[in-house]
Design a protein around this ligand. Structure first.
Ligand code: ADP
Length: 514
């Protein structure tokens, strides 16, 4: 089963959120369960500076497609490369005028979307779809698996090839966050080189604009999202971001597959970023991490203070606007708060003010920093994820592994992965954290109070910690679900036979012949 995994971020080279972690964790697991996986990524500077080019593959096709002119793209080509510690071949889409820009993969230095994002990600979709048409005759995928709106056009082009009578791979599209949809003015449409009929309500037209996310939801053979609860939630108006109607239509093709954790990176027993390694049977080692966290975030180094941590993009989605509203109570109970994050200026300001108001109780680090993320996840007693919505969420899973109890809202992947410390769950030994329902300061406050209450029962706290630390949300389980999905679409695709042993399957056209 040859799987082309197409994404815009890859940890540790380029990361804005969980998408990058998934791109690092899922492909190796797919390989382990027998898929032959290759990645396709734009050749961003962060990637090219570490890549070793193996061979040039082909220029991106500029000749007319079977239905009309190709996308209006600048010169671009594909190379096959390797990346450090990435044990599979990677196609890099080289188009310097589109991608040779440092920093965020999506935003300019002013924090705004690049004005040519439609073309930047049109190129990625076109590259994926043309690889599906034999652009690399040595390796033709059975399945194109795209992630988030950046790859939304891959299923659209693939469908256009199929409509034109070409043999095509199956397409799978994973929604990591429906809130980001890739909306562009309709004037861009002629540049995309799609059939004119695709600009319609049954295509990628969205209230007079273009939606790359909608393109994927419309044309992918299967749609997945990153937790079973989120898969159900996005069928409803409050969580559907205007696409719930279409998703309800496509419900038979939609499923939720929970993300996994890369326990090579997130393991307190081996984590090189911790002052002292620890595990369930050496929990006192966690105290060293707590001390480091308190020192680094300017908190009073008190072993008995209950430390709440946040590692997050600071956006409306994450529900963090509730935190400043409960800060007084948190501090009054003797709690401390360490916030690592960046994003929304209003939230950044609110946390900076809280740190000034409650010195030694509230420490804030505005920015993005891997080492500090590990420090918070290991050093805090509780990791806070009070999200308004959460497709899967990874930080609560990291918290579980580090003996840092997650305090979460019952939504999306948070609902699927954290069990509240209600008495019956404590009794049954299933409790792993604190879960609240209502997106309000009151709701959050009650969960905080439960955390303080459990902290006064240290034996029970440790039992909960230890149970959470034994749980595994591994990528192999997720990979087996994805493989079953691929097989349902391409039952006759063969298994992996060895690195670089792929040759064009008979079922596909050997060359890009349009
Ligand atoms: P999302 O993808 O919505 O941002 P997830 O919980 O799925 O949320 O993934 C967030 C990932 O980004 C985690 O790996 C988390 O540790 C990391 N992260 C978020 N903010 C920061 C930050 N300021 N510094 C370092 N890592 C961060």
């Amino acid at each position: 089963m040859k799987v082309l995994y197409v994404c815009a971020e890859l940890y540790p080279f380029l990361k804005t959120g969980g998408l990058a972690d998934v791109s690092a964790g899922l492909p190796p697991a797919l390989k382990e369960v027998g898929c032959e996986v290759r990645l396709l990524l734009p050749a961003y500077p962060a990637i090219t500076k570490v890549a070793r080019t193996l061979q040039s593959v082909a220029p991106l096709p500029q000749s007319p497609s079977p239905w009309g002119p190709p996308p209006a793209l600048p010169p671009a080509d594909l190379v096959l490369a390797t990346l450090p510690d990435v044990d599979m071949a990677v196609y890099l889409l080289r188009a310097p005028t589109l991608y040779a820009r440092p920093g965020s993969p999506y935003l300019g230095p002013d924090g705004r979307d690049w004005s040519d994002n439609a073309l930047r990600f049109c190129a990625l979709g076109w590259a994926a779809a043309t690889l599906g048409q034999g652009l690399d005759p040595e390796w033709v995928p059975d399945v194109i698996h795209g992630h988030d709106w950046h790859v939304g056009l891959a299923p659209a082009y693939t469908r256009a090839f199929a409509d034109a009578g070409c043999d095509t791979p199956a397409t799978v599209f994973t929604i990591h966050n429906l809130a980001y949809q890739g909306l562009f003015p309709s004037t861009v449409f002629p540049q995309l080189g799609l059939p004119a009929s695709f600009f319609s309500i049954a295509g990628l037209e969205y209230f007079g604009q273009l939606s790359f996310m909608k393109a994927a939801l419309q044309y992918a053979d299967r749609i997945t999202t990153v937790s079973p609860s989120y898969a159900r939630e996005i069928l409803t108006t409050p969580h559907g971001f205007g696409l719930d109607g279409l998703l309800r239509e496509r419900a038979p093709a939609l499923s939720g597959i929970l993300n996994g954790v890369d326990y090579q990176v997130w393991n307190p027993a081996t984590d090189p970023l911790l002052p002292r390694n620890y595990d369930g049977d050496t929990l006192p080692g966690k105290a060293a991490a707590k001390h480091t966290l308190q020192t680094r975030f300017g908190l009073e180094p008190r072993a008995d203070a209950l430390v709440f941590g946040v590692v997050s993009r600071l956006t409306e989605q994450k529900g963090l606007h509730l935190l400043p509203q409960v800060m007084a109570e948190l501090v009054q109970h003797g709690g401390q708060l360490a916030v690592l994050g960046q994003g929304d200026a209003v939230l950044e300001q609110a946390f900076a003010e809280a740190a000034m108001r409650y010195p030694q109780h509230v420490g804030v680090c505005i920015g993005y920093d891997e080492t500090s993320a590990h420090t918070v996840l290991a050093g805090a007693d509780v990791i806070l994820v009070p999200s308004a919505f959460e497709p899967c969420g990874l930080t609560q899973l990291y918290g579980l592994r580090y003996g840092t109890l997650p305090l979460v809202r019952r939504v999306g992947g948070l609902a699927d992965t954290v069990v509240d410390c209600a008495l019956e769950n404590l009794d049954a030994g299933t409790a792993t954290g604190f879960v609240f329902e209502e997106l309000s300061a009151q709701g959050l406050l009650r969960a905080l109070q439960r955390a303080f209450a459990l902290a006064r029962r240290p034996q029970e706290w440790v039992a909960v910690q230890k149970h959470g630390m034994t749980l595994r949300f591994d990528w192999q389980t997720a990979a087996r679900h994805y493989l079953a999905l691929y097989r349902s679409l391409r039952p006759h695709a063969s298994s992996f036979t060895g690195p670089y042993s792929g040759s064009s399957s008979d079922a596909h056209q050997p060359d890009f012949s349009v």
